[in-house]
Design a protein around this ligand. Structure first.
Ligand SMILES: NC(=O)c1ccc[n+]([C@@H]2O[C@H](COP(=O)([O-])OP(=O)(O)OC[C@H]3O[C@@H](n4cnc5c(N)ncnc54)[C@H](O)[C@@H]3O)[C@@H](O)[C@H]2O)c1
Length: 253
């Protein structure tokens, strides 16, 4: 029970990885503020958490809006009397050749994946500093935060930026006792990637890019996030932990 009495704020909580993050934190005693653009999805996750005997509340939040993010952090604080951990997980992805990538789509991905992480981290850290509390942030990067794949220009740029922003925030917030790290998942089976698995040939290709010859499951990402948020990682800050089945370890020959 590493998070007994702690409050964890999760963005994109209604999605594949977000759901498992909420369940795993609650199983270790945390109270969970589950925020998502789609409140119905966040409410479903909250009902899964409370169904297991955990504590959680759903909040509507758009991570691209400073007003919405500030309201989410303030309401989570009021509801649970103090915040301890942020998981900046909300994310979207395009699959479009760069020559055809519309400006609006570029902006949408950068807004959610990069600006959304910045706004969430800033609001959370401001709250902690004002309350004189210490805490931990875990941002969602990707294998595409340290390497690239075709047709994902905005996504790759945004995730590289998350890796950099994580280092920057760690430098600035370390003195206040706030650790900031990221995880870099390989392909993980969630609603975001579900279409990869509909075609056996493509699913096989997905397997083969990972050294472990399989894709990941959301609980495997959640467990790494809990590690970085916990006191087990008390001397870790500014790092991105790849949880990618060996994708970024090298190339198959
Ligand atoms: N699934 C993978 O293979 C994989 C790999 C590497 C990184 N990631 C990252 O992990 C994170 C979670 O991905 P997932 O696979 O669970 O995706 P998902 O699509 O299942 O869930 C994403 C969630 O984010 C929410 N969201 C989208 N825009 C939002 C906004 N503006 N404000 C608030 N919430 C918003 C969605 O409603 C959804 O519930 C993302 O940042 C993604 O880039 C996923």
């Amino acid at each position: 029970m590493r998070f007994q009495g702690k409050t964890v704020v999760v963005t994109g909580a209604g999605g594949g990885i977000g759901r498992d993050v909420c369940l795993h934190f609650a199983r270790e005693g945390a109270k969970v503020a589950a925020g998502d653009l789609d409140i119905a999805m966040a409410e479903r996750v909250v009902s899964d958490v409370t169904g297991e005997g955990g504590t959680a509340q759903a909040f509507a939040v758009d991570v691209t809006s400073p007003e919405s993010v500030n309201a989410f952090i303030a309401e989570a604080d009021t509801t649970f009397s103090g915040l301890d951990v942020l998981v900046a997980n909300a994310g979207v992805r395009e699959i479009v050749p760069v020559l055809d990538l519309p400006f609006e789509e570029w902006n949408r991905v950068i807004d959610v994946n990069l600006t959304g992480v910045f706004l969430s981290c800033q609001a959370f850290a401001r709250n902690l500093v004002a309350a004189k509390r210490t805490g931990a942030i875990v941002n969602l990067a990707s294998t595409l935060g340290v390497s690239a794949a075709p047709q994902r220009a905005a996504y790759t740029a945004s995730k590289h930026a998350v890796v950099g922003l994580t280092k920057e925030l760690a430098m600035e917030l370390g003195a206040q006792g706030i650790r900031v790290n990221a995880v870099g998942p390989g392909v993980t089976r969630t609603p975001m990637t579900e279409r990869y698995f509909q075609e056996p040939e493509y699913a096989e290709k997905i397997r083969s890019i990972h050294a472990l010859h399989r894709w990941g499951e959301p609980h495997e990402i959640a467990k790494a996030i809990l590690f970085l948020a916990s006191d087990d990682a008390s001397f870790c800050t500014g790092t991105t932990l790849m949880v990618d089945g060996g994708w970024t370890a090298g190339k198959a020959m």
